[in-house]
Design a protein around this ligand. Structure first.
Ligand SMILES: Cc1ncc(COP(=O)(O)O)c(C=O)c1O
Length: 429
């Protein structure tokens, strides 16, 4: 039980004195206190308290191949003595760019950066520079990183605050936030302001309000309406890229965005992200054009080696996606069956290797319906799972992720833990 994690408790008390909330990213904090991790391997995290957990957070989706994958570790270890940062070009970054372009042909040109936040920030700037327009559209409950333009009614850790303080009104005014999956809202805003919209940025599948899937035809409609209005359509595939399929949502739904952002999985556990898209947009990036973007650590050899090794591994073993889906379905179906057996009102959304439960009676199709979930129940469910060796993201407004390291046995232990957690909530109102 969390209360028994004495070493973690002691570390948390120390951490709180210097780090806001005791953490370096808000989503890591939970009540009564987070557990501290010593090491991780495969599907498991090993805590400072001597416990181990099957991990369904998987670094918020970054670790599709599990913790400390041997080939990635070997490739990085070979690179380390050759130097960690050159700030001059290397051959492997060209090869990685070519590899990404082959898998994501919509990225006719691209740039490597370090984080998803950077990728979306620069993609939006590129779209504004290209269109010479100011306004962007995003969707309630989507999270595109923690930069000013996209922290308005965002999801993930930001779901607890309507809009971040510290962002000037002038910036907020240029961000239009629409409900996801709502066709009419798109019509309305484009009929009034179509000529002012530089870009529409969307998580094609929302993973930052729990897991929410697009309604049939919604992404196609978005493609059509942005095209008609000259707005740049940005698919934020920081999470869905290399996860929903190797080629992300754009491959799964057969929709070609103007720009794409990638992150998380692409770095194999190291800081790496990318943004890119149509050549005519990307040719505006410095030094070719007047949209400025730069970074000391961009394309650093360690991240590039890790990323290249990861993407190559994924490309050479595409059958992993059906195996991941099979394991995920097994867990999602178990959640549906167990909650029905215990008469707990719940919705379970799942796709590919992602799933989430919501304690609500209404189907979860947008941020509003996600918010109808009973957050206290979710927290109890989270703590009960932890008691039974299973770690999921602590917030309702996140998604659970499987990796190739999750074995059949892990899935069975997990289903047993789900059973115990939901049994403890039986009969609650
Ligand atoms: C869809 C999406 N885009 C962008 C980001 C930001 O990525 P990073 O945390 O690497 O800055 C996240 C982070 O969770 C995300 O989920």
């Amino acid at each position: 039980m969390v209360e028994g994690n004495l070493k973690s408790k002691e570390l948390y008390e120390r951490a709180k004195r210097l780090l806001p909330g005791g953490v370096n990213s808000p989503v890591r904090a939970f009540k009564p206190y987070p557990f501290f991790v010593n090491r991780a391997k495969g599907s498991r995290l090993y805590s400072a308290d001597g416990k181990s957990y099957i991990d369904y957070c998987m670094a918020y989706g970054a670790l599709l191949l599990g913790h400390a994958h041997e080939e990635i570790i070997r490739a990085v270890s070979e690179q380390l003595p050759k130097g960690t940062l050159y700030c001059t070009p290397i051959e492997l970054e060209v090869e990685l760019a070519e590899l990404i372009h082959r898998i994501y042909p919509s990225m006719e040109m691209l740039r490597l950066v370090n984080t998803g936040t950077e990728a979306t920030m620069h993609a939006i700037r590129a779209a504004r520079g290209f269109t010479e327009r100011k306004k962007i559209i995003m969707f309630e409950g989507c999270f595109h990183g923690s930069h000013d333009s996209v922290l308005v009614r965002a999801g993930s850790g930001a779901a607890v605050i309507p809009s971040s303080n510290g962002i000037p009104n002038e910036i907020v005014q240029n961000t239009i936030v629409l409900p996801y999956n709502n066709f009419n809202a798109l019509d309305e805003v484009f009929s009034k302001k179509g000529h002012e919209i530089a870009a529409v940025i969307i998580e094609p599948i929302v993973v930052n309000s729990g897991l929410i899937l697009p309604k049939k035809g919604y992404l196609e409609y978005l493609r059509k309406i942005t095209h008609e209005n000259g707005a740049v359509l940005i698919f934020d595939e920081v999470v869905t890229g290399f996860r929903v399929t190797l080629g992300g949502c754009q491959k799964y739904y057969e929709i070609k965005p103007d720009m794409t952002t990638l992150g998380k999985i692409i770095g194999g556990g190291f800081p790496l992200a990318a943004y890119g898209g149509k050549r005519e947009i990307m040719e505006n990036i410095a030094p070719l054009g007047k949209v400025y973007q730069a970074g000391t650590f961009s394309g650093n050899p360690i991240s590039v080696v890790a990323g290249y090794t990861t993407v190559k591994l994924l490309k050479n073993s595409e059958q992993i996606y059906s195996e991941l889906e099979r394991n995920c379905k097994q867990i999602a179906n178990a959640l549906i069956d167990i909650s029905r057996d215990y008469k707990i009102e719940a919705q379970v959304n799942s796709i590919a290797s992602m799933f989430q439960i919501f304690f609500t009676s209404s189907p979860v199709v947008d941020y509003y319906s996600a918010k109808s979930s009973d957050i206290e129940k979710f927290h109890k469910y989270f703590l009960e799972l932890l008691k039974n060796e299973v770690f999921i993201p602590p917030s309702q407004f996140e998604t659970c992720f499987l990796s190739t390291a999750h074995s059949i046995e892990d899935c069975e232990i997990t289903i047993e833990a789900l059973n115990k957690a939901l049994a403890s909530m039986r009969g609650e109102k």
